[in-house]
Design a protein around this ligand. Structure first.
Ligand SMILES: [Zn+2]
Length: 74
């Protein structure tokens, strides 16, 4: 929380996925700081590089990495 107040944004990625540590540009989005999937459709997953996908579900958008966030086996 203190980091979020100090930076004026909320980053929810692990330190190893921070833009500086990964050598990538910071996320530019009016909805906030660094995230793994939210509003990153088509962008590479920060963990595995697979393109993030999205779909509509109950009038909301769902974002996920199809490799890291597979449907559990039943
Ligand atoms: Zn992934």
């Amino acid at each position: 929380m203190a980091d979020g107040v100090r930076r004026g944004r909320i980053d929810t990625v692990r330190p190893e996925h921070d833009p500086i540590r990964m050598g990538r540009a910071p996320r530019q989005d009016r909805h906030g700081g660094e995230v793994y999937v939210y509003r990153r459709t088509g962008a590479p997953c920060l963990v595995c590089g697979t393109a993030i996908v999205t779909t509509r579900h109950a009038a909301r958008k769902l974002y996920w990495c199809p490799r890291c966030q597979r449907r559990p086996a039943v």
